[in-house]
Design a protein around this ligand. Structure first.
Ligand code: ADP
Length: 167
């Protein structure tokens, strides 16, 4: 049985991530999405919020689960019995970073393979940062973020859409 781990920040999940998830879970028996703790990164959404959004968006995919991971990605993969790491590549700028990470991971543990999924052209420009920028400036998120979480992302990031407290 092949178990894969898709590690990342997912701050928040975009259609680009969801496309990788959907494709990866049809290739592997089990796919674990892990929000990896990274004390150096300032995220807009808490781990709990990101886990909840990922679960909502993947609830129709039976072989997908969502967890919070910590430590080195290869150690975390080993601890959950995953043999494969999934990453996505949008453009050359991703490639350089991803190659560095994958090579370091290979040196740390050569029993764990990194498998890259090339972004679908329509998502190759899409990142969580782009989506956050659009939300912050009152733009339409429907092409960027799965529909089930658009409202939550807008409420969190756009001051004009913050829920007015009930009196
Ligand atoms: P990280 O902070 O680990 O880069 P991200 O949540 O930004 O986490 O991304 C997780 C993975 O998903 C990375 O491999 C990234 O390249 C990939 N990814 C992000 N957006 C897209 C997209 N639009 N298409 C394909 N892959 C993507």
């Amino acid at each position: 049985m092949k178990k894969a781990l898709y590690p990342g920040s997912f701050d928040p999940i975009t259609y680009g991530h969801l496309d990788i998830i959907t494709r990866a879970c049809s290739v592997f028996d089990e796919l674990v999405i892990a929000i990896m703790k990274n004390p150096h990164k300032r995220n807009a959404f808490s781990e709990e919020e990101r886990v909840r959004m990922l679960k909502v968006v993947t609830k129709e995919l039976p072989n997908v689960s969502v967890v919070v991971g910590n430590g080195l990605t290869v150690d975390f993969a080993k601890s959950i019995g995953a043999q494969v790491l999934i990453r996505g590549i949008r453009a050359v700028m991703d490639y350089e970073y991803e190659l560095q990470q994958a090579t370091a991971n290979m040196i740390l543990n050569d029993t764990i393979e990194t498998v890259f999924f090339v972004s679908r052209p329509k998502y190759s420009f899409l990142s969580s940062s782009v989506a956050k920028e659009i939300a912050l400036n009152n733009g339409d998120l429907t092409e960027f973020i799965p529909s089930q979480i658009v409202k939550e992302v807008e409420r969190e990031l756009n001051p004009s859409k913050k829920a007015t407290p009930v009196k």
